[in-house]
Ligand binder design. Structure first.
Ligand code: FES
Length: 145
């Protein structure tokens, strides 16, 4: 108990506080151990379905690898974005498309469907996009780390 007080910990400190202290110790005395040296895992391609599974001009929400994603089909082109507006987390699946622009229904922020870039506020951060591959009418989505 005395030693815990020496380290700035009390008897009611949580495991998270102890873990944080341990991580500080590792960073200070073993910096090579605490900095990840392994490259991130490569993206994974997951079957998405057929082109006709997605209605033209509308957003279809899906959950892939635990991620909420919205798929927009514009004719022969298919785009996948994170299904939450970066402004206030409203689902973008209810958004409206005009050309390659997606308009959030909540506060009318506009995003580029191809890049996820903000075209008009109030959103300031882009929407994450996921590459979609098409082979014939079969679609695959690339989900990274
Ligand atoms: S939640 Fe989308 S613009 Fe505000």
């Amino acid at each position: 108990m005395e030693r815990m007080r020496d380290w700035g910990l009390g008897p009611r400190d949580s495991g998270a506080a102890v873990l944080s202290l341990y991580q500080k110790f590792l960073r200070r005395f073993f910096p090579s151990l605490s900095s990840p040296s392994l490259p991130p895992p490569p993206p994974v391609c997951i079957p998405l379905g057929m082109l006709d599974d997605f209605p033209d001009g509308q957003g279809k929400p899906v959950v892939i690898a635990g991620r909420k994603i919205v798929i927009f089909r514009l004719g022969e082109e298919v785009y996948a974005l994170h299904n939450a507006c970066p402004h206030n987390r409203v689902p973008l699946s209810a958004g409206i498309t005009t050309g390659h622009t997606l308009i959030c229904r909540a506060h009318r922020a506009r995003f580029d469907l191809k890049t996820g870039a903000v075209l008009h506020g109030p959103a300031r951060k882009p929407v994450r996009i996921y590459p979609v591959r098409r082979t014939g009418d079969t679609l695959e989505i690339e989900v990274g780390p």
